[in-house]
Design a protein around this ligand. Structure first.
Ligand SMILES: C[C@H](O)[C@H](O)[C@@H](O)C(=O)CO
Ligand SMILES: [Mn+2]
Length: 421
C-alpha cells in the first residue's frame, strides 16, 4: 500500500498538488452526521407518532436501533469507520423522557442529557432540529404557516425550545450548535392564495428568532423545499422565500441537495450564494428522480459540490450536514458509505491543482482545462483515499464492511431475535 501511495503521490505532485496539505485540510472538516439514519426516523419520544410531512423511509433490513442507547451505539460504530472528527445532528424527536409524556413545546435540555454525556465522552459537537412533523398538530400539512394561531404558537414554542436546547449543547460541548428549521407546510393542490401562508411563515420565524443567542452558541439555519408528498403543488418555504429570509435576518440558508428540480444542481448554486452569505449550510443527500433521500454515493454531483467548497476556500463557511435514510440496507453501513463518500469527495477535491485550473480558464485555454479535467478522472485517487484512511486510523475501503458484518451479527441481528422471542 505504501508503494502504491508513493507512486500516486508523485503523480499528483507533478501537477503541483501538495498532498500532505490536502490531507491536513480535509482532516479539519467536520461533517454533521444525522442520527435519523439509524432508526428510520422513529425517534425516542414516549408517544410514537407516525412519520408525516411528506417524507418516508422504505425498507425493512433487520437490526434497527430501538432506543437511544442502541442508536448511540450504532452511531459510535459508524463514526469509528469514518476518517476525521465529526458531529452528530439530532432531531427533537430524540428526546429521552423516561416514559413521561412531554409535549414538543415543553422539551428541555435535560431530555437530551444522555446525548450530551455521550457527545462529551466522544469529544464531538451536536447540532439540532426542531421536529415539525410526525405529530397530530402537523397532520394537515401545515405548522408554522397554519391559519390556526394556537397551532402556530405550539410550533413556534417548539422551535424556541429547540434553540434553547442547542444553546445548552454548545455550552456543554464547547462548540456552537446549528439549529435547522424545516417545516413541511404546503398544499397538495393549486393554492388560491400563496401570499398569506408565506406571510404567516415569515411572522412565525420572526417570533422564533426574537430571542437572540450568541453565535458562539446557536447558529440558525432555514431549509427550503420544492415539493413533498402531499405538498406537490405548493411549498410555503420555497427556496426564494428562505433565501430572502436568510439574507434579511442574518440566518443561514440550508440547501438540501434533494430539494430542487432534478436538473438543478446545488453545486452550481454555491458560488452564487457564497457571494451574498457569510455562511451556508448543506444537507447532502441523493435524490433519485425526486427527493428520495438515498445514501450519498461518490457521484459527479457530490464531487462537484466538494470541488466548489474547496476551490472557493469555503470549507469553514459551509456547514456540511447529511440527510439520507435507507432502511433497505444495514443502517450502520449506510452511515459509513454516505459519510465516507462525503469525506472522500472533499479529499478528491483537495487533490486538484485549482490555482492552475483557474488560470487556464482565465487565460481562455479551454482545451487544456478540459484535457486536465479528464486526465484527473483516471488518476490513482483510490491509493490516496486508502492512505488517508490509514493515516486517520480507520479501515480502508476493502476492510470496513467486514467490521460492520461482525457488528451486524453480534449486535444488530440480536435485536431482532429479542423482538421475535
Ligand atoms: C428529517 C429531516 O430534517 C428532513 O429530512 C428535512 O431536512 C428534509 O430534508 C425534508 O425533506
Ligand atoms: Mn434535509
Amino acid at each position: 500500500m505504501q508503494t502504491r501511495f508513493e507512486s500516486a503521490k508523485e503523480q499528483y505532485e507533478r501537477l503541483g498538488v501538495d498532498v500532505e496539505a490536502a490531507f491536513e485540510k480535509v482532516s479539519r472538516v467536520p461533517i454533521s452526521v444525522h442520527c435519523w439514519q439509524g432508526d428510520d426516523l422513529r425517534g425516542t419520544e414516549t408517544v410514537q407518532n407516525e412519520l408525516s410531512g411528506g417524507i418516508d423511509v422504505t425498507g425493512n433490513h433487520p437490526g434497527r436501533a430501538r432506543n437511544g442507547d442502541e442508536l448511540r451505539a450504532d452511531l459510535e460504530k459508524a463514526l469509528s469507520l469514518i476518517p476525521g472528527k465529526h458531529r452528530v445532528n439530532l432531531h427533537a424527536m430524540y428526546a429521552e423522557t423516561d416514559g413521561v409524556v412531554v409535549e414538543r413545546d415543553e422539551i428541555k435540555p435535560e431530555h437530551f442529557r444522555k446525548w450530551v454525556d455521550w457527545a462529551q465522552k466522544l469529544g464531538i459537537g451536536l447540532d439540532f432540529n426542531p421536529t415539525v412533523f410526525g405529530h397530530p398538530k402537523a397532520d394537515d400539512g401545515l405548522t408554522l404557516a397554519h391559519p390556526d394561531k394556537d397551532i402556530r404558537m405550539f410550533w413556534i414554542n417548539h422551535c424556541k425550545a429547540s434553540r434553547e436546547i442547542a444553546a445548552y449543547f454548545a455550552k456543554e460541548l464547547g462548540s456552537p450548535s446549528l439549529v435547522n428549521i424545516w417545516v413541511p407546510d404546503g398544499y397538495k393542490d393549486t393554492p388560491s392564495d400563496r401570499l398569506t401562508p408565506r406571510r404567516r411563515l415569515k411572522e412565525s420565524l420572526d417570533a422564533i428568532y426574537e430571542v437572540d443567542y450568541d453565535s458562539s452558541l446557536v447558529i440558525d439555519a432555514v431549509e427550503s423545499k420544492l415539493f413533498g408528498i402531499g405538498s406537490e403543488a405548493f411549498v410555503v418555504g420555497s427556496h426564494e422565500f428562505y433565501m430572502n429570509y436568510a439574507n434579511q435576518s442574518g440566518k443561514l440558508c440550508l440547501l438540501d441537495t434533494g430539494h430542487f428540480h432534478p436538473t438543478e444542481m446545488v453545486s452550481n448554486k454555491l458560488s452564487a450564494m457564497l457571494l451574498f452569505h457569510d455562511q451556508l449550510a448543506l444537507h447532502v443527500s441523493r435524490p433519485v428522480r425526486w427527493d428520495s433521500d438515498h445514501v450519498v454515493t461518490f457521484d459527479d454531483e457530490l464531487k462537484e459540490i466538494a470541488i466548489e467548497l474547496v476551490r472557493n476556500d469555503a470549507l469553514d463557511r459551509v456547514n456540511i450536514g447529511l440527510d439520507f435514510f435507507d432502511a433497505s440496507i444495514n443502517r450502520v453501513a449506510a452511515w459509513a458509505i454516505g459519510t465516507r463518500n462525503m469525506v472522500k469527495a472533499l479529499l478528491h477535491a483537495a487533490l486538484m491543482p485549482h490555482d492552475y485550473m483557474k488560470k487556464l480558464q482565465e487565460e481562455g485555454d479551454f482545451t487544456s482545462r478540459l484535457a486536465l479535467q479528464e486526465q484527473l478522472k483516471t488518476y490513482p485517487f483510490g491509493d490516496m483515499w486508502d492512505a488517508y484512511c490509514k493515516e486517520q486510523g480507520v479501515f480502508i475501503e476493502t476492510e470496513w464492511l467486514d467490521d460492520v458484518k461482525t457488528y451486524e451479527q453480534n449486535v444488530q441481528f440480536k435485536r431482532e431475535e429479542i423482538q421475535t422471542v
